[in-house]
Design a protein around this ligand. Structure first.
Ligand SMILES: [Zn+2]
Length: 430
């Protein structure tokens, strides 16, 4: 081992590949098997959720529930837009209820089986209820406008529909910190501390206009560590989870915050709006074609007059879900590429490669640490643990070669081992 290490070492005596292997090796076989099983199960969930959604859509159409609902509402209110709004609200409730057994299993029981959730069944149910109420309101608003576009734009609806969807998404992201996030978590200003000062100094050094840091109580839901730097139109907010503060040390916190600041500084949100708009326009064009084919065949039976008929919503949603299922590797790769950019930005900002490496190891609680290349390409919306540790060690090797005085070849293996003990204990207590 030592011979191999020295043989591969560069002039600085630091070998990034050996350092990466040493970090990954702190995860024992049992922990790795559990984390792999959890994450790989998620691959199947993509397919299961698609099929479940398609079955529900088929039921609503084939039993005549969809056209019956449209006719009933139309008979009561006359106005087309109001019909759409009411249909959308009922549709959201009905599909949520039909899919509830699957949601309960994957959102509650499965999370508990892997020791990832800290919620009671009652707490989880009340969050679902809040989610349903906000979902009904948002679906009614969104679909009313969307079907208005469908009626006005006719054949060009796929372009205008994408534009309107992205604008509404931007509005949702804009209002979410004020109206939606507080429904699920409490946000409090972070107490005065050296760490808080360091986070604000890091923000200032990287052009992020924020003068406060917030802590939100993720521990209510899980032991996952998370943070974000959000802001549109000058309302920038730096927030980190209580689990991040409680379970990690300051090197790890600053490494994670450097990553989050990267998303902000690199304008990833705007890039995502653009990519999403293009993807959605293609998705709507795909939906338009598939809808036409299916409607020609089954439209009479299902009572759908055309794409702008609200009774066809289950079919429209089904076509779109098939598109996004097929686009899984594309969407994941776009997001993962941005995540890797934020990683590199964070390394340069926080200059704590070992802090970032050990923070990445902690995420192995729920993300497969060392996937194959194709697997990572298709299924990963963030770089894998190994990819992140490798990037950190590569960065460090480069800094050492440059003679950076704030970097040392030492690894934080004892810290990595402590994190792995922590992960083992978490799953044992659940
Ligand atoms: Zn990120």
């Amino acid at each position: 081992m030592l011979n191999g290490l020295f043989a591969a070492a560069s002039v600085t005596g630091f070998d990034p590949a050996a350092a990466t292997d040493a970090y990954i090796a702190t995860m024992d076989a049992a922990a790795r098997a559990r984390s792999d099983a959890y994450y790989e199960g998620g691959y199947w969930l993509i397919l299961i959720n698609l099929v479940a959604g398609l079955v529900v859509a088929f039921l609503l159409l084939q039993t005549g529930l969809s056209k019956g609902l449209r006719d009933r509402v139309k008979g009561m209110v006359k106005s087309t837009s109001l019909t759409v709004a009411i249909y959308a609200a009922v549709y959201t409730v009905v599909t949520t209820l039909l899919l509830f057994p699957l949601t309960l299993w994957q959102g509650y029981f499965r999370e508990h089986a892997y020791g990832l959730s800290t919620m009671t069944l009652g707490g989880w149910m009340s969050e679902q209820a809040i989610g349903l109420v906000t979902g009904v309101i948002m679906a009614a608003i969104f679909l009313t406008l969307f079907y208005l576009v469908l009626r006005i734009a006719k054949r060009a609806w796929w372009i205008w529909g994408a534009a309107v969807s992205v604008v509404l998404l931007a509005v949702a992201i804009f209002v979410s910190p004020v109206y939606i996030d507080p429904l699920f978590n409490e946000y409090t200003p972070m107490e005065e501390s050296e760490l808080r000062d360091d986070i604000l100094a890091l923000a200032e050094a990287n052009g992020i206009p924020a003068d406060d840091v917030y802590v939100f109580d993720v521990s209510r839901q899980s032991n996952r560590i998370t943070a974000n730097v959000n802001g549109l139109f000058g309302t920038t907010r730096i927030a980190l989870s209580d689990t991040l503060i409680d379970n990690t040390d300051s090197d790890e916190v600053l490494a994670v915050m450097g990553h989050e600041m990267g998303h902000y500084a690199l304008n990833h949100l705007w890039e995502m709006f653009t990519v999403f708009a293009v993807l959605l326009a293609i998705g709507f064009a795909f939906t338009d074609a598939l809808f036409r084919v299916l409607n020609e065949r089954f439209g009479a039976r299902w009572g759908i007059t055309g794409i702008s008929d609200i009774a066809g919503l289950p079919l429209l949603a089904a076509c779109l879900s098939v598109f996004f299922f097929l686009m899984t590797p594309v969407a994941n790769t776009v997001i993962r590429t941005n995540e890797a950019e934020a990683d590199l930005f964070g390394l340069n900002a926080a200059r704590a490669p070992d802090g970032f490496a050990t923070a990445a190891l902690r995420l192995a609680a729920y993300r497969k640490i060392d996937p194959g290349a194709l697997e990572e390409f298709v299924f990963f919306d963030h770089p894998s643990g190994r990819a992140r540790v490798a990037m950190s060690m590569q960065w460090k090797a480069g800094q050492l070669a440059l003679g950076a005085e704030d970097q040392t070849p030492e690894l934080r293996l004892d810290r990595a081992e402590a994190i792995m003990r922590d992960l083992a204990a978490q799953s044992a207590t659940d």
